[in-house]
Design a protein around this ligand. Structure first.
Ligand code: FNR
Length: 190
């Protein structure tokens, strides 16, 4: 099972990127998590450029999402919302809406913030986008990592055991969504 991890933060010391790295270390047997690192290369969404020969980084994003069995997104919260760079990637990946690489794709969302609310508002906004996009969103468990600066050591390793357990549970739920997506559709009764 191949999962593509997207962090909505570009900064080197990002707690969200560190959370994604930690996910790779607690993933269930048979799940591999690869980190997408092309966010910075994506141009701002422009419908005039959204043609068959879309810009290279866009085509690469779409191919990688398409090839993945599911997505794991770690979003920071910027001004109670989703960081622009992450929303921009999702906007590119969501087109054309009737045949996008995100259509029916299993997606799990989580987020980390040093404050007391752990990105709950950004996660809610992100979930709302996926309603229109029609991905298979994992609804439970929720992972809102608050006071994130207290959960990692100086090397960016997730040291908080409770968070590691919650992360493993979220990945189990994502794996279940992937299996559901791959399950054959039962034949309709005659
Ligand atoms: C923030 N931060 C923030 N935190 C929060 O809990 N709610 C918010 O609305 C905001 N808004 C906000 C806006 C902008 C522009 C910045 C740069 C920061 C703080 C944010 O949670 C913190 O910087 C995180 O550490 C960002 O995530 P990474 O980069 O550690 O993954």
């Amino acid at each position: 099972m191949h999962i593509l991890g997207l962090s909505g933060s570009l900064r080197a010391g990002s707690h969200n990127t560190a959370l994604l790295r930690a996910a790779a270390s607690v993933a269930p047997a048979g799940m591999a998590i690869e980190l997408y690192d092309g966010l910075r290369e994506l141009p701002p969404y422009d419908q005039d450029l959204d043609r068959e020969d879309a810009p290279g980084p866009v085509a690469d994003l779409r191919e990688r999402v398409h090839a993945a069995d599911g997505l794991l997104i770690a979003t920071p919260e910027y001004n109670y919302g989703v960081p622009g760079v992450l929303k921009n990637a999702i906007d590119w990946a969501s087109r054309p809406s009737s045949a996008s690489c995100l259509l029916g794709k299993p997606v799990a969302i989580m987020g980390a913030a040093p404050g007391n609310f752990g990105t709950v508002r950004a996660q809610l906004a992100l979930r709302q986008s996926f309603l229109w996009i029609d991905s298979r969103i994992v609804t439970k468990p929720e992972l809102a990592l608050f006071r994130s600066h207290e959960r990692f050591d100086a090397n960016g390793e997730l040291t908080d055991e409770t968070t590691r357990t919650m992360l493993a549970r979220l990945l189990d739920a994502l794996a279940a969504k992937v299996r559901e997506a791959h399950a054959p559709i039962p034949a309709l009764a005659a």
